[in-house]
Design a protein around this ligand. Structure first.
Ligand code: ATP
Ligand code: MN
Ligand code: MN
Length: 368
């Protein structure tokens, strides 16, 4: 197999795409600590350290037991001295001094806050930090010229940093279906991202849209977005307060132009897509969940939604890629899958794993 490098008989496979990682993390205290160190490394643009912390954290998440002694770390692929020390300290004292000082540092706190704004990456956050900004209020009062995304990110900060529930995802699905079926009744809509991995909440909702007949899906994203945006204030169902009373608004319109902007990730992901924010209507007093910070007259929540339009021939790849997390990042960038833009054709995710001589890992086992 292409993944058999350094094939010792160690029990823990080297790569995330060879490990089954469910959401049942037995080592959360350790992985939370390593995550903080990884983030901090990222804030210092230290890729090597970022990867080192992330890799070890990913392995810990895959273990079916809680690590209780450093001895049991033997055979951990890629475990460096630094990670080992951190783990040892936490196992012995319950806390790690380095982690404590990172979380207390102004730089870490500010960069974490700023990067939590939609449209703000580490570079921008660092720039603002160096310009002496520390709070959202500082930013709002500043002369900074925000991008359209950042403006929306600041405007709807509370909503966008409140986790999206599965129930909310279902409601959004109805809006998306309504818009998609209008133009393409035979379309197939699939929930991807964290929800497909079994997560109960997410930072957004990811949908893949395809059609059994190749080519029918072309141009759909623009139509769907335009339709959703034209539905401002329209109620498509008043039956119960739980049911979709949704509208998409000018917020969508503002971001519709972001479609197709090339992002990092894998070469073959050139699908029509749109990173949007939709207005999810919520009846006032309906359970009241999440309504805490909201002004009295604001009976909706801004929710990030990703729509990806995929030709059926590439659906398996898109599904793998947009389901996440580490597993898809690894596999989708794997050169064996494509040569000169010709893709090994796969009708299902299982075939992609098989082609790489990997055991199939189900979506809910991809939480590395
Ligand atoms: P959450 O539940 O918090 O949203 P998530 O795992 O769904 O977590 P997302 O950021 O929504 O996280 O991404 C889901 C997957 O979609 C990622 O693992 C990534 O591989 C893929 N993805 C995200 N953005 C892009 C992009 N711009 N281009 C290609 N693939 C992307
Ligand atoms: Mn997501
Ligand atoms: Mn997403």
């Amino acid at each position: 197999s292409v993944f058999s490098a350094g094939a010792s008989s160690a029990a823990i496979p080297t790569y995330a795409c060879q490990r089954r990682t469910t959401l049942n993390n037995h080592n959360k205290v350790l992985t939370d600590a390593l995550k903080i160190l990884a983030e901090n490394a990222e804030y210092y643009e230290s890729v090597g350290r970022y990867l080192a912390f992330t890799r070890v954290s990913s392995i810990l998440k895959s273990l079916p037991y809680a690590v209780t002694s450093v001895d049991s770390l033997r055979g951990f692929p890629g475990l460096g001295e630094h990670c080992r020390k951190v783990i040892e300290e936490i196992l012995e004292d319950g806390v790690c001094q380095e982690v404590e000082s990172v979380t207390q540092s102004q730089r870490y706190q500010t960069l974490t806050l700023f990067t939590s704004i939609f449209g703000v990456g580490v570079k921008t956050a660092e720039k603002w930090y160096k310009e002496q900004h520390q709070t959202l209020a500082d930013l709002r009062a500043s002369q900074i010229r925000f991008t359209k995304e950042q403006q929306v990110g600041l405007q709807y900060y509370e909503d966008l940093t409140t986790p999206v529930t599965r129930a909310e995802a279902d409601m959004i699905r109805k809006t998306v279906e309504e818009a998609v079926y209008r133009y393409l009744p035979g379309a197939v809509i699939t929930l991807a991202g964290g929800f497909r991995r079994g997560k109960e909440t997410g930072h957004d909702v990811d949908f893949l849209i395809t059609h059994p007949e190749e080519g029918k899906e072309k141009g759909l994203v623009t139509k769907v977005i335009q339709h959703m945006a034209s539905q401002v204030g329209l109620r498509h169902s008043d039956t119960t307060h739980h049911q979709a009373i949704m509208s998409c608004s000018s917020v969508v319109r503002a971001l519709a132009s972001q479609k197709c902007r090339k992002q990092e990730t894998s070469k073959f992901d050139h699908f029509e897509r749109c990173f949007t924010i939709v207005k999810l209507n919520q009846e006032l007093g309906a359970g009241g969940q999440g309504a805490g910070h909201r002004p009295e007259d604001k009976h909706w929540k801004a929710v990030r939604v990703d729509l990806v339009i995929v030709p059926i021939s590439q659906f398996a790849y898109a599904l793998l890629g947009w389901t996440g997390s580490q597993v898809s990042k690894m596999l989708c960038n794997f050169p064996h899958l494509h040569s000169q833009n010709e893709y090994f054709s796969a009708a299902a995710e299982e075939e992609i794993f098989a082609h790489l001589e990997l055991d199939y890992i189900a979506p809910w086992e991809r939480n590395a």
